[in-house]
Design a protein around this ligand. Structure first.
Ligand SMILES: Nc1nc(SCCc2ccccc2)c2[nH]cnc2n1
Length: 157
């Protein structure tokens, strides 16, 4: 039974006050810097999907994954609501490599390129970077305008 919800993952990798982002080279969010992620397959958990997408898109193997937030995105005129499970990776193996999907780059945490990211990111990254768990809902018009949103701190995800 397919509801109007689509589960997606989003993984940011951090080391020593730097965050790994990828420039999306094609598909949804093309041209924006973002964490790594995508769909969750039927035969995997959300966390397994996150680990898989991170390796497919960056070459990195996550050794520990922390849930940090859940974001819901609705786009005017589109009935599918995206439910994005956000994860933080602090321990990983490998070095980031460019893939078909993503061009990876480390950014200092105080130099995140928000102007080249999804408009919601500048709203919840400050919580994420402070280790505060969050839940958010964003109603978009197109891919660049947020019509309304809610963003709350939560104790448990
Ligand atoms: N940061 C952020 N990410 C996404 S989609 C993330 C999940 C995804 C989906 C498809 C391919 C790869 C990753 C957003 N959508 C609307 N605002 C947004 N902000």
């Amino acid at each position: 039974m397919s509801t109007n919800q689509k589960i997606l993952t989003l993984v940011m990798v951090r080391k020593a006050n730097a965050i790994l982002l990828g420039l999306k080279k094609r598909g949804f969010g093309e041209g924006k810097w973002n964490g790594f992620g995508g769909k969750v397959e039927n035969d995997e958990t959300v966390a397994e999907g996150a680990i898989r997408e991170l390796e497919e898109e960056s070459g990195l193997v996550a050794k520990c994954l922390k849930k940090v937030g859940i974001l819901e995105f609705e786009f005017v005129g589109n009935p599918i609501v995206l439910e994005v499970h956000v994860f933080d990776v602090l321990q990983y193996e490998g070095e980031p490599v460019e893939t078909e999907e993503m061009q990876p780059q480390w950014f200092p945490e105080d130099s995140v390129p928000y102007e080249k990211m999804w408009p919601d990111d500048i709203l919840w990254y400050p919580l994420y970077l402070k280790g505060i768990k969050f839940k958010g809902y964003f109603l978009y018009q197109g891919h660049d305008t947020i019509l309304k949103y809610t963003l709350t701190q939560v104790d448990h995800l």
